[in-house]
Design a protein around this ligand. Structure first.
Ligand SMILES: [Ca+2]
Length: 666
């Protein structure tokens, strides 16, 4: 038996030969409220669909009801969906008042459908979310105090960026103790309380695991650095200068690799005369995963957190952990030679057999590699974060080489990921995170009259791709980039290093500032805007980064409960995922691939399909969309305050930044 979304339990073969049994418990429907006819079960991926669709509620059960489908109608493996509708009862062809949905795969009587396919993940960057003690830095008690916001939004999984003890050389992604909490953020007791609070709401916790590197203050590195004879020397990548060179000399570095944060990846250690490797900041030495003791220590740490009650992991830059360093200075570290072996071993030893949600952050990953990472049969990750779509507005010079977004290319990239993971594996869906600028400023209309409707259009497109959507804190409010007026205001180590280098190389200060204003990671890290009070309700003290000056206009208090708000639009999108199986499982088919601003696609599911259209520019456009959709229900619209109104006069006419979703039976 598997619990799905905390609301439905789906069993396999029962003793009377029924193939699918759905028990409704808890959730939004009390047992007594559900009656025959309120539940419809449909199949999705084979001809079984129709037969299963005739299933009826035939008996009340303890805590709910059971739905039985005839055994003869079910093949060895298929996916079945159950919908529970509240009055008015389901009417064929009408838009259902669905209150919950779940899907399962029945394979020879066992249930294997992962719960996270219907989930929406909300990412919290704890430093910037909510401060409980007035020190200007967000913390875990602050997060616990704001869980209502996330629950009201409808997200069911919370991913919290690192809260571990850290010198904060890279805002907590430099960890000095994997099994504790930095006093800045709280205590282990606060984590326990966070887990309990989330679980009591039917929500889950994902923690951030940073094991490509540690902090240089981690006891493992302190010991490793002590001498060449240290028993932990081999836990990190120590190498002597290249032959014929003295340490510190130009060209002495063991490889010519460049750090993600600028400069060489090799830091000389005068004490021993060796270099150590750091792909990121020099205070973030890379762990040597070739050493089995390192891997065993990581596995033990993960199991310790699972025993504590966490429900999943997000692995920071995990596809960099297998490295090949050749004596001649060549080699590579993206998807290195042993990466799949290391990830599979971690899966088996840390959580094999448990159904978590695991996400691997994989810069540079290709679709083919992602299939390997997320094929359930391989036992690695549930999904990866790919970055290809994040590079669509980068020039040859990388992220600070700012180009306008090319929607034709963006659509092509995302459609290829949809197709590549359609049969095996699963996509993560995101526009932003703690490392990216705000999507409304990057892809949308920015801080203009179209801000809200552009935020809704971007959300509509993303959430209706096939995959698990991630919402980054403040995205659900349409928060925008901070208007920096000087590079001195930056906190982000990456932006500061890039600015210093660019200025030293003679770049014009105004161009450097423009690039930083487009791309700094600080945009995602300014405090969450809760209300119109001082510091946007984030802190009673002085916030560690300034609050966006527009917080009186853009804040949660102004939006929650307002049906026309960006927040309400996200709520509707998340609800639609739970209502319509086609959102979760329907196949993706891109339309109008060459159109420069209209993002349109079909989702085709079992017995139902969606047409999604969004105009991602500030001009009205007219396009040719598939015929036969004129009478279909508009289930989401960015145009009307009730979210479902204002269908366009003509199917193919889209107002500036307008987005809508039509649903129909097929
Ligand atoms: Ca605090």
């Amino acid at each position: 038996m598997a619990v799905l979304g905390g609301a439905l339990e789906v069993g396999g073969l029962d003793e009377v030969g029924a193939a699918v049994a759905v028990a409704v418990d808890a959730g939004e429907v009390a047992a007594g409220e559900v009656a025959a006819g309120d539940i419809e079960v449909i199949g999705s991926d084979d001809p079984v669909a129709e037969a299963v669709g005739r299933a009826v509620v035939n008996e009340p059960a303890v805590g709910g009801v059971c739905v039985h489908a005839p055994a003869s109608s079910v093949s060895a493996a298929h996916t079945a969906y159950a919908r529970v509708c509240r009055a008015p009862r389901w009417r064929r062809g009408a838009r259902p008042a669905v209150v919950m949905v779940a899907s399962v795969t029945v394979e020879g009587g066992t249930v294997s459908q992962p719960w996270w396919r219907t989930s929406v993940v909300y990412q919290v960057y704890p430093r910037s979310f909510a401060d409980s003690n007035g020190d200007g830095v967000g913390d875990l008690p602050g997060l616990i105090g704001r869980l209502d916001h996330i629950q009201t939004l409808g997200a069911d999984v919370v991913w919290v960026s690192p809260f571990y003890p850290s010198p904060q050389a890279d805002n907590g992604y430099d960890i000095s103790d994997y099994q504790d909490v930095d006093p800045l953020f709280g205590t282990l007791a606060d984590v326990d309380r966070l887990i309990a609070e989330l679980h009591s709401r039917g929500m889950k916790l994902v923690i951030d695991i940073v094991v490509n590197h540690t902090s240089d203050a981690h006891p493992w590195f302190v010991e490793s650095r002590r001498s060449r004879e240290s028993p932990k020397r081999d836990w990190y990548w120590w190498r002597p200068p290249r032959d014929g060179h003295a340490i510190g000399e130009a060209g002495a570095e063991p490889t010519g690799w460049h750090s993600f944060f600028g400069g060489p990846v090799w830091e000389p250690d005068e004490g021993s005369g060796d270099y150590y490797l750091h792909l990121f900041d020099r205070r973030q030495p890379d762990l040597n995963w070739e050493n089995p003791d390192v891997r065993a220590a990581v596995h033990a740490m993960l199991r310790w957190w699972l025993d504590r009650g966490v429900d999943g992991f997000r692995f920071d830059v995990i596809n960099l952990v297998s490295k090949q360093l050749n004596p001649d200075g060549t080699g590579w570290f993206f998807n290195g030679p042993r990466i799949h072996e290391f990830v599979h071993e971690m899966h088996e030893k840390a959580w094999g057999g448990e159904q978590l949600i695991t996400v691997g952050e994989c810069p540079g990953v290709t679709v083919d590699e992602a299939v390997r990472f997320t094929d359930p049969a391989r036992g690695e990750f549930d999904m990866v974060f790919q970055f290809e779509h994040m590079g669509v507005d980068h020039g040859m010079g990388g992220r600070y080489d700012v180009r306008p977004v090319d929607w034709v290319r963006m659509k092509s990239v995302l459609a290829r990921w949809q197709e590549g993971l359609a049969d095996v594996g699963w996509n993560s869906l995101y526009w932003c995170n703690h490392d990216q600028p705000r999507p409304v400023s990057r892809y949308g209309a920015g801080h203009t009259a179209y801000r809200e409707v552009s935020a809704k259009a971007l959300a509509t497109v993303l959430h209706l791709h096939r995959g698990t959507p991630f919402v980054y804190q403040g995205e659900e409010l349409g928060m925008v980039n901070f208007p920096f007026t000087s590079a001195d205001q930056l906190d982000d180590v990456e932006s500061r290093n890039w600015s210093a280098t660019a200025l030293a190389q003679g770049a014009a200060p105004d161009e450097v500032l423009a690039a930083v204003n487009a791309r700094s990671r600080d945009h995602a890290r300014t405090p969450m805007q809760w209300d119109a009070s001082e510091h946007a309700g984030f802190t009673t003290g002085t916030p560690w980064l300034p609050v966006h000056p527009a917080y009186r206009e853009i804040n949660a208090a102004a939006q929650v409960g307002d049906p026309g708000s960006v927040f309400a639009h996200y709520q509707r999108l998340i609800r639609l995922r739970r209502e319509l199986p086609v959102v979760v499982d329907g196949r993706f088919e891109l339309l109008l691939a060459q159109h420069p601003s209209v993002y349109a696609f079909l989702r085709r599911g079992a017995g139902e399909e969606l047409l999604v259209a969004a105009n991602l520019c500030g001009e009205a456009v007219e396009v040719e969309l598939p015929s036969g959709w004129e009478g279909a229900d508009v289930v989401i619209s960015s145009g009307g305050p009730d979210g479902a109104g204002m269908p366009p006069a003509h199917l193919g006419v889209l107002a500036p930044w307008q987005a809508w979703v039509r649903w129909r039976r097929c």
